[in-house]
Ligand binder design. Structure first.
Ligand code: HEM
Length: 402
């Protein structure tokens, strides 16, 4: 007879937390959390431990020994992106991160504003500003973060359409693995000669830095550079795209908050971004694994158990946030959990914040009186994108005064 484990019973049935579209995800998570700090839920056809409180999610992110990132990413993204930072451990991870991530540090990010972030936001808005209406998802949020990455890498502007297609196909990996693998191969074939050329003759772009910089006396080899470049699209562009969509959705469906922001953008823009990240973090549920059996915070977890860190439940934990379901930009709280914590926490969080604040400021400045079109509410609601974990609006059909 096998020994009973925490996984013997689920707390909810009829929902798969890997694949299903959960329109009322916050209601479902709050119901589970009212019962216990964690729940046993169906996940990709098996059972997973879903962590639901701010305390547990934060502790789990910091506990790389118990929940090593590599254990999950080698299985999930490894086949398509290769051995990225997320698949690395220990010294290898520290050195690769030491080489690749200094350009994204907080102090460096201000350098991107004038030459890159602001002009790019204007460039995209120029294409539709005179029309008086647009779908900001199709025409802005899906484009801006991919173009930021593409230009940071110094890729030729005439190649941006195909780069955008590769980024899109990599994002839809769980739904269309063939297209994602093809995109990964095509992007690698395309960028490999560029990497070689920058090794021979470096410029001041990100690829040149990746091939010339060192950490602890070590340089990145070609495959380490390529896997970092492949990771930048799903990790850097798609997350920021969803975050921008979610904050715009929140503002457009809460006109009082949008009016407050518009009344004093200098004061409120950054707080609108942080509150958007709290209210609807783009990475709502983050899968991990627990390779070894462990007693962890009173939960007896068997070996090889899938784990889910619910960032979105942590962000609405009533023990930490008053009126957690309200979108309120006057909270003035930096919700860093959106970006993970511990050794694998987001390497691009300050770039993301700079992109989001710049985009929001320029959009509100260029499109005065921004509002949802009368029949656009349902499309604008944040919902599951590509499985349950990633969340964003399907469309943001808006109008403004010309
Ligand atoms: C709002 C936008 C973003 C969000 C919500 C976000 C979220 C996250 C999260 C939650 C993780 C941790 C994953 C884990 O622990 O398994 C992560 C890792 C990472 N992010 Fe971001 N991210 C954003 C933007 C960016 C940008 C703009 C870049 C780069 C330019 C970036 C690069 C990375 C990288 C390289 C990692 C892996 C770090 C490592 O494993 O050491 N992210 N991100």
């Amino acid at each position: 007879m096998s020994t009973p484990t925490v996984l013997d019973q689920t707390d909810i049935d009829g929902i798969d937390f890997a694949f299903d579209n959960l329109p009322d995800v916050h209601g479902v998570l709050a119901g589970l959390r009212a019962n216990r700090d964690y729940a046993i839920v169906p996940f990709a056809g098996v059972r997973a431990v879903l962590l639901l409180t701010h305390e547990l999610v934060s502790a789990a992110f910091k506990d790389e020994a118990t929940f090593p990132a590599a254990a999950i990413y080698r299985m999930t993204t490894g086949p398509v992106l290769g051995k990225t930072l997320q698949c690395m451990e220990g010294t290898e991870h520290r050195i690769a991160r030491g080489v690749a991530t200094p350009p994204f540090r907080r102090a460096k990010v201000a350098d991107y504003l004038e030459p890159l972030l602001e002009p790019l936001a204007h460039e995209l808005i120029d294409r539709f500003a005179s029309r008086g209406s647009a779908d900001l998802v199709a025409e802005f949020t899906t484009k801006y973060p991919v173009l930021v990455i593409s230009r940071l890498l110094g890729l030729p502007i005439e190649d941006e359409t195909v780069v955008h297609r590769w980024a899109h196909d990599l994002f839809y990996f769980p739904l269309d693995p063939e297209a994602a693998l093809r995109a990964s191969r095509e992007f690698t074939d395309y960028v490999t000669p560029i990497v070689r050329a920058r090794r021979a003759e470096p410029g001041d772009d990100l690829i040149s830095r990746l091939v010339t910089e060192s950490a602890e006396g070590e340089h990145l080899d070609d495959e380490q550079v390529l896997s970092f470049l492949r990771l930048l699209f799903p990790a850097g562009a798609d997350t920021t795209m969803l975050a921008l969509g979610n904050t715009l959705s929140a503002l457009l469906t809460h006109p009082d908050q949008l009016a407050l922001l518009a009344s004093d953008p200098d004061e409120w823009t950054q707080w609108a971004i942080w509150e958007g990240l709290r209210w609807e973090p783009p990475v709502g549920l983050l899968p991990r694994a627990c390779p070894e059996a462990v007693d962890w915070h009173g939960i007896s977890i068997p070996a090889l158990t899938p784990m889910i860190f619910s960032i979105n439940a942590a962000h609405r934990d009533p023990a930490v946030y008053e009126r957690p379901d309200e979108f309120d930009i006057t909270r003035k709280k930096m919700t860093m959990l959106s970006f993970g914590q511990g050794v694998h926490s987001c390497a691009g969080n300050w770039l993301a914040i700079a992109e989001l604040t710049t985009a929001l400021r320029v959009l509100l400045d260029r499109l005065p009186g921004l509002r949802l079109q009368p029949d656009a509410d349902t499309d604008a609601e944040v919902t599951s994108q590509v499985g349950t974990a990633l969340r964003g609006p399907n469309a943001l059909r808006v109008g403004w005064q010309r």
